[in-house]
Design a protein around this ligand. Structure first.
Ligand code: HEM
Ligand code: HEM
Length: 177
């Protein structure tokens, strides 16, 4: 087996775009918009819908990942680094699920489902930091940014420094050649 299943490939790159979009818009648009700005509600609608879609797609992707055959783990000749790579891949799942869980917990504590999707008309909380999951959401976001940067750098190291064509494992083509 030389490549991941094509459905996993599509979902990997789609989820990468969605997660990076959620991180950037969450930090620079949503969190930067005060609660008394009329745009806050729209921004929350977009962010929460995106977050829930990411959660659903990640669950589906994980099930497909666990039930399809995939290439053996890349070997760079160092047992420690090989183990770290496996760990980093599972940590990516864990941190994305952590973002979704802390986001949902914060939203529920703040009564957001009724305000944002139910049109209750109740005012938004002035500051989300009074809800403990808000701090977790921000901290996990910072860790996820670092891990994604490391993950992309590692992929480029494989592809360009080692020249082992690792990127093609997460792309389309003959899986058995
Ligand atoms: C932005 C969020 C991203 C997430 C959450 C993510 C997640 C993952 C995970 C969990 C795997 C392990 C295989 C699996 O379980 O399906 C993987 C593999 C891979 N990713 Fe990402 N990824 C992201 C972004 C990127 C980026 C930006 C690149 C490249 C620049 C990249 C390149 C790759 C490659 C080449 C593999 C295959 C590695 C191998 O075969 O060992 N990923 N990714
Ligand atoms: C992978 C999915 C998600 C990503 C990448 C993400 C990303 C972010 C980021 C980067 C921030 C700003 C953090 C900071 O400035 O410290 C944020 C804030 C927030 N997120 Fe998420 N999020 C995700 C899922 C969710 C979900 C599922 C919900 C709720 C259903 C949610 C609700 C919120 C709320 C209420 C805020 C606070 C806004 C504020 O402080 O004004 N997020 N998110």
């Amino acid at each position: 087996m030389t490549r991941y299943h094509p459905v996993l490939v599509v979902m990997h790159w789609l989820l990468a775009l969605m997660i990076l979009g959620g991180l950037i818009a969450g930090k620079f648009v949503l969190a930067a918009t005060p609660s008394d700005d009329p745009f806050k509600l729209t921004s929350l609608q977009m962010h929460m819908s995106l977050g829930i879609a990411i959660l659903a797609l990640m669950v589906v992707r994980l099930i497909i990942r666990l039930t399809t055959s995939h290439p053996p783990h890349a070997d760079i000749g160092n047992v420690f680094l090989n183990r770290m790579a496996v760990l980093a891949h599972w940590a990516l799942y864990l941190l994305v699920f952590g973002m979704c869980a802390s986001g949902l917990a914060m939203a529920n504590m703040a009564g957001l489902p009724a305000i944002v999707f139910g049109g209750s008309g109740d005012p938004l909380p002035a500051d989300f930091s009074v809800f403990p999951p808000r701090a977790a959401h921000g901290a996990i976001a910072a860790l996820l940014v670092l891990l994604i940067a490391g993950h992309a750098l590692a992929a480029f190291y494989h592809q360009f420094a080692r020249g082992d064509g690792l990127l093609s494992r997460m792309w389309f083509g003959d899986r058995h050649g």
